[in-house]
Each structure stands twice: as C-alpha cells, then as structure tokens.
Design a protein around this ligand. Sequence first.
Ligand code: FES
Length: 136
Amino acid sequence: MSVYSETVMDHFRNPRNVGEIADADGVGEVGNAKCGDIMKIYLKIEDGIIKDAKFNTFGCGSAIASSSMATEMIKGKPVEEALELTNKAVVEALDGLPVQKIHCSVLAEEAVKAALKDYYDKNGIAYDAAIFGEKA
Ligand code: FES
C-alpha cells in the first residue's frame, strides 16, 4: 500500500507542465535547505492572466507532484487569484500528502509567489510587500 494518493502518483509519474518558458514574464526559484530540493517556476502572463506555467523541479516525488498540480491550478487564472494559491489547496487537490511531505507543497506555493513577485518587479507594478513577506 502506497502512502501516496493516486493523484500524487499520477502527477509524479506524468507531471504536467515540465520545462522552461524562454521568454517568461516571471520566474521564481526556491529551495528547501533541509532536503536540498529546488523548484523553479516560469510564468507567461498576458493582460494580468497566466497564459502558461512551467516548472523544473530537482527534488522528491512529492515536490514534482506539487509543482505539477500548482502549475495546473494557476494556468488561466488572473495573477491576483494565483497569489492566493496556498500549499493547503495544493495538498487538497493532490488528495493529501504525508505529514513529512507537506513542506514539498509549501515549496510549490513559494515558487509561484516568487515568480509572481518577479513579474511585478519586472513590470514596475506596485504591491504590498506583506503578500510576499509571510512564509508558511
Ligand atoms: Fe523536500 Fe520533498 S523532500 S521538497
């Protein structure tokens, strides 16, 4: 019996949105110092809508499944909505993660936020720094 849900296994085995976006409007790279895993998310944004999202994750299966799910969840969404993506929502969409793997989903939330911050910074869009200041 696997401790992972079918959804986690599916996104781990067949990750969606793997790769890079060469002319990305926002790129976010985050890492977890403890496990050493690294996640990079690329966003293509037009008129405030996330047209495309891709990722490269050098990490565990849960991190890959989390980035796959997170990119699926934000594609087609307005930037403001993507900013509200929480690791909890990613875990729920994956039908759960083992407790010791929750930090992998936190990485996905942080990578999305880092990419959106990069987009704001590159385009000179003003924002409340508190949105990015609070880490889960
Ligand atoms: Fe660290 Fe999964 S074990 S991201």
